[in-house]
Design a protein around this ligand. Structure first.
Ligand code: SF4
Length: 460
């Protein structure tokens, strides 16, 4: 049986897809890169933005046409959109299976049933705040996941936490991913050792609020700093990253201290601010002020002076005035992020902002603010990137660059530094047979020129 799996959204979804792929391969399925050649199509969906959901709907329209000539095709919608919409998705005639993120361990069984019994099936937790009965099965899937099928060789995501308890007013995640729960440290360590034995060199710990990781065992409470220390001792793991951090004092110093003291922990922090206006932060239910946020960045830079920091922002949140936006611009200038992910607000059904706040910032104002903030960030990124010129940086090589072109017989490769900067450089001559072997290995690159988001250089 051939499976086509398409993933939308964040790293958490990528990890879920990797685990599903690993379990289906173990069950004998093959993976193909086109829905037309598949017996089973899995769409792992994202609900964070309306645009992501619309793309899935359009794919389902295309799949309906494929099914007209291939009636045995099984189509499953999995992930956050499945959890949010449940059996409503069956209104799309192509859909056979709807499966939420907490039930992914059920997918092999659901596919078999859909094929043999030709029945539509929905697997979503009725009460997302309750721990799913499949939690143990999912935990086993996670531990056994080999890491072989990630798009980046020698790197693997490891989930440290499920769900989120923050309920930021604009965000759908707590409704679709359920309550915040930290995985036991021993399960994470067992999984990480297995990954390292399989050749994984970079581990990225995942959690919606990864710095809130907390696991009580007897009279000991483990926080993220403890986890970083324990994983650092595993042979084979060379770089250790974690995303996404939430601006909060709790454990913050301990975590940054661990970054300073543990050489394997990459000096990179992705810590979304979302706005620089205290009034908007309050309406977003973020629980901190812009001054408190900047204090956290100061603390991080005092302890780890060369830390690379990335941010996220939403522009055009309900009620955002020119003055609120000016405060966001001001915060971005003070924070000096290496890069920022900037989004225009769009209401998500069921969230507090959707129910209680009017989406009253005009689309063209959202566009203008988005553009303006990107320009401000671009200038900061340009200046920070330029500081690398003449330096030699260590990168984990991911493979050929997307825009790869042959410079003579030198293929262009892409790699990422510990601080998450992207480096593009010419690989060794193809005739030397080195290029495939460089993917998944560390390399030193001497930087010769830079753009705001990319460092360009030569192998050193
Ligand atoms: S911290 Fe806020 S924005 Fe992040 S996942 Fe939780 S609710 Fe959503």
């Amino acid at each position: 049986m051939k499976v086509f799996l398409q993933t939308f959204g964040c790293q958490m979804n990528k990890l879920d897809s990797a685990i599903i792929e690993s379990s289906l391969r173990d069950a004998g399925y093959q993976f193909v890169d086109n829905a037309k050649n598949a017996d089973v199509v899995l769409l792992n969906t994202c609900s964070v933005r309306d645009h992501a959901e619309q793309r899935v709907m359009s794919h389902l329209g295309n799949l309906k046409h494929i099914k007209e000539t291939k009636s045995d095709l099984v189509v499953a919608v999995i992930g956050c959109m499945a959890q949010r919409l449940g059996d409503e998705l069956f209104k799309q005639s192509a859909v056979d299976i709807v499966c939420g993120p907490a039930q992914i361990a059920e997918i092999p069984r659901l596919i078999t049933e859909a094929m043999q019994e030709k029945k539509k099936a929905v697997a979503v937790t009725e009460k997302i705040r309750q721990v799913s009965p499949d939690a143990q099965l999912l935990e086993r899937f996670e531990i056994e996941y080999s890491g072989d099928d990630t798009d980046i060789p020698a790197q693997a995501y490891v989930r440290a936490m499920h769900g989120c308890d923050k309920f930021c007013s604009y965000c759908v995640v707590p409704y679709v991913r359920g309550p915040e729960t930290s995985r036991p440290p021993e399960a994470i360590i067992e999984q990480t050792k297995r990954l390292a034995q399989n050749g994984v060199k970079q581990i990225t710990l995942l959690g919606q609020r990864i710095n809130a990781y907390e696991y009580k065992a007897g009279d000991k409470t483990y926080c993220l700093a403890d986890l970083l220390g324990m994983i650092s001792k595993i042979d084979g793991v060379e770089w250790l990253k974690f995303v996404t951090s939430y601006p909060s004092q709790k454990y913050f110093k301990e975590i940054v201290q661990a970054m300073a003291e543990l050489p394997k922990v990459c000096r990179y922090l992705h810590i979304p601010a979302q706005s620089g206006s205290d009034q908007i932060l309050k309406a977003m239910n973020r629980g901190y002020t812009s001054a408190e946020y900047l204090e956290l960045l100061d603390t991080a830079r005092q302890i780890v002076p060369d830390i690379a920091i990335a941010g996220d922002f939403i522009v055009g949140f309900p009620g955002e005035t020119d003055e609120d936006f000016a405060q966001t611009v001001d915060l971005v200038k003070k924070a000096r992020y290496k890069n920022s992910f900037i989004f225009k607000y769009s209401p998500r059904p069921g969230t507090i902002a959707d129910k209680r706040l009017e989406d009253n910032v005009a689309q063209e104002i959202k566009e203008r603010r988005n553009h303006e903030l990107l320009k401000v960030q671009e200038e900061i990124s340009r200046a920070l990137a330029a500081e690398f010129t003449g330096q030699t940086v260590k990168v984990l090589v991911e493979g050929p660059s997307k825009k790869s072109h042959q410079a003579g017989n030198l293929p262009q490769l892409i790699g990422r530094t510990a601080g998450d900067w992207i480096a593009v450089f010419n690989g060794p001559p193809a005739s030397a047979g080195e290029t495939p072997r460089l993917a998944g290995r560390f390399a030193n690159v001497k930087i010769t020129r830079t753009t705001p988001l990319t460092l360009f250089g030569e192998l050193f």
